[in-house]
Design a protein. Sequence first.
Length: 133
Amino acid sequence: MTREEAQALRAKEPSLNPWRVIGAQVLVGVLSSALIGLVFSSMGIMWSVLYGAATVVVPGALMARGMTSRLSGMSPGVSAVSFMSWEMVKIGVSVAMLLLAPKLVQPLSWPALLAGLVLCMKVYWIALLWRGR
């Protein structure tokens, strides 16, 4: 691919800002926890949904920060290694947060936590639609 072809492709399909996705995940997490808290009138369920959302948002924000740093864009090789490294950090932090959930959220509702987690993960699909515009 020539430089002109690459520039034309970038102009045709601009990249999506990862912070926009993280912001949308925060919004979905806060709104869903508030709505579910109102419906079930339970602080435990509300905090469980919010913690589930945080289990997606916090690792995603770490990865976005790492991937948008100057170092990760130096060369294609460095970019690939940076992506894999930050993806491992993201998975590790997610697993650690899930393991800590019973100690941090009292009383914990696993179904509510998983609902918050899944809702925030689905924002990635919405991001694909944003990119399509």
